[in-house]
Design a protein around this ligand. Structure first.
Ligand code: PDD
Length: 297
């Protein structure tokens, strides 16, 4: 396995970062998770745009421009001979003496890792996953805005630990005002009376790329969509619940705390539409030429 580290590809054993890196010391950095389908990185531009936004929100200057980052992502895939892959691109504040001042770190650290895509078990899509609402609340927007896809994941990890202790697969957090937000690594949707609901960005969530696509697809499919503020009672009384993210796509939920749901028609419809969207995207990108970013057939 090869890892892109700063300015070059290195074997996995040499892909090491200093203990003085502020990503390690303080969780000071940002990242993106992407998915490559049949040699095409899905929504690469959108992921790089969000990376740039996250980086600018914590005042990190990205070490390369968007076209160079694209090239590096495809070089990483090529070096590892991967066509269906999980990709993680991390940018940390970089190496510097101990201390919080970002000025201590002259250059950010860049890491791109790609691994063969490990599919979620088909049974999870058939039956849905169990979710819990933990006591841990989502970070306040005014404290650490969840719109920043940062390396600082303790809030999500604490929620996940609590959910896992109760046997749930994912945690859906409330914000400080008691409104639903998102999962530890996913966005939340539920339907009630034919209306598809999802917490709005203002509730304190990551602006998920999968969420955005699912919202567009739902409108195209003629569903009524409502992004807003909802409480835990709204989800307990929902008919269908599902989660979205880049790797799981559209994942049905079979239960939230004591409430139970069937894997219903809206969830299946939107997952099918999402997969069609991915297929169309991959075909479109391939039609542009075999190696726009250096990744040949
Ligand atoms: N997680 N909310 C949170 C807190 C997330 O970490 C993620 C993604 C999402 C969904 O975003 P997207 O649809 O753009 O993947 C929502 C990724 C998959 C991860 O942490 O690996």
């Amino acid at each position: 396995m090869y890892v892109y580290l700063n300015d070059r590809l290195v074997p996995r054993s040499e892909a090491v970062v200093s203990v003085f890196d502020h990503g390690f010391l303080y969780g000071d950095g940002v990242y993106e998770t992407m998915r490559c389908y049949d040699g095409v990185v899905f929504m690469l531009d959108e992921h790089l745009r969000r990376l740039a936004r996250s980086a600018s929100m914590i005042r990190i200057n990205l070490p390369a421009d968007s076209d160079s980052l694209k090239l590096m992502v495809y070089e990483t895939l090529q070096a590892n001979k991967l066509r269906d892959a999980y990709i993680r691109l991390t940018v940390s504040r970089g190496y510097g003496p101990i201390g919080l001042d970002p000025e201590l770190c002259p250059s950010p650290t860049l890491v791109i890792m790609a691994e063969a895509m490990k599919q979620y078990p088909a049974a999870l899509y058939e039956n849905g996953i169990r979710v819990a609402i933990p006591s841990v609340r989502r970070n306040l927007r005014e404290a650490l805005n969840p719109e920043i896809k940062s390396l600082n994941f303790l809030n999500n990890i604490l929620a996940k630990i609590e959910a896992a202790q109760g046997g749930a697969y994912e945690a859906v957090m409330l914000n400080a005002s008691g409104a639903l937000t998102e999962g530890s690594i996913s966005n939340l949707f539920f339907s009630k009376g034919g209306v598809l609901c999802t917490p709005s960005i203002e509730c304190g969530i990551l602006d998920g790329i999968t969420r955005g696509i699912v919202l567009e697809l739902a409108v195209k499919e003629g569903l009524t969509v409502k992004a807003g503020e909802f409480g835990r009672e709204d989800i307990y009384s929902a008919e269908e619940v599902f989660l979205t993210n880049t790797t799981m796509e559209v994942m049905p939920v079979s239960g939230v705390d004591d409430a139970r749901y069937a894997v219903g028609g809206i969830t299946r419809l939107l997952h099918k539409a999402y997969r069609q969207e991915v297929k169309a995207y991959v075909e479109h990108m391939k039609a542009q030429g075999p190696s726009i970013w250096g990744y040949d057939e």
